[in-house]
Design a protein around this ligand. Sequence first.
Ligand code: ZN
Length: 153
Amino acid sequence: MTGHHVRVWLAGPIATELNDLATAAAPRETGGLLLGWWDDDALVVRHAVEAPDRQASRSSWNRRPGVAKRALNIALQELDHPLLGYIGDWHSHPEVCGASGRDTQSLAATSLQYADPLVLLVHLPDRTLDVRAAHRGHPCSVSVSRQDPRTRS
Ligand SMILES: [Zn+2]
């Protein structure tokens, strides 16, 4: 896996889950973890898990490691899907602006801890997603598809 380019599949309920969580938290930011798996060289993003931050504001949400870890364990148990694992992070922006410099820097820094590329989804109020990825500390180029890879012809 080179990590220079990442194909991201937004699969199943992911878009709906992000919309619901972002809408419920507005006008504050919220965020959490992304669950999915690698399918050949494509990253399948399937579920969003919220890791609430009580101090979140209109322009900040911080990932609390203890909260994130608990949320991850509960979600993996409830979803009970053999392929699902942690593949990245997400958070919402209540204003229409994409991933910030701080967002992409923190993604790059976190990606140093993982062998595979890590993805970041930023949910915007117009329901679009800013999709980023990083591998071993460097940003990757990304292409995004909304079909499930298993249903493509
Ligand atoms: Zn952000």
